[in-house]
Design a protein around this ligand. Structure first.
Ligand code: CMP
Length: 138
């Protein structure tokens, strides 16, 4: 599974009209879109997706934000996908993200940071399964 990662373009970037530019950057960086959908998370689904952060000070705000508008969820393929994609999106806090990264270009703040990227091969699989059926994934 080290050739796949999972991403979501978050409600801030979707609302600000950055879907096309972000997908272009992802594809021109060598990732293949294996599955993709534009959808919305209920607050229950967002709570479930971010259950690992439950109890942290930013959790309620995170769940509220992620259920506030449309998102684009996708499974991406590339050799060394998880690590290469995290480099492409940049640091969680856009003020610390390197020039040219997706968060540096499009994120508004630490909370509204434009895009998600899985942090491990295991989570890439769990997160992809959360959004896509077996038929959609293959
Ligand atoms: P992401 O790594 O995609 O998923 C968890 C999100 O929580 C993270 O992006 C941030 O948008 C958000 N968040 C808000 N505040 C913090 C914080 N202090 N530390 C880490 N993540 C935060």
């Amino acid at each position: 599974m080290d050739n796949k990662t999972f991403t979501m373009i978050k409600p801030d970037a979707v609302g600000n009209g950055h879907i096309g530019a972000i997908l272009e950057k992802i594809c021109s960086s060598g990732f293949r879109i294996a599955a993709m959908k534009m959808t919305r998370l209920t607050s229950e689904k967002a709570s479930e997706f971010y259950a690992i952060h439950k109890g942290k000070p930013f959790y309620d705000e995170l769940v509220q934000f992620m259920s506030s508008g449309h998102i684009v969820a996708a499974i991406l393929e590339k050799e060394n996908a998880v690590e290469d994609f995290r480099r492409l999106i940049g640091a969680t806090n856009p003020e610390k993200a390197e020039d040219g990264t997706i968060r540096k270009l499009y994120a508004e703040s630490m909370g509204r940071n434009a895009i998600h990227g899985s942090d491990s091969d295991e989570n890439a699989q769990i997160e992809g399964n959360f959004f896509f059926s077996e038929l959609e994934r293959f």
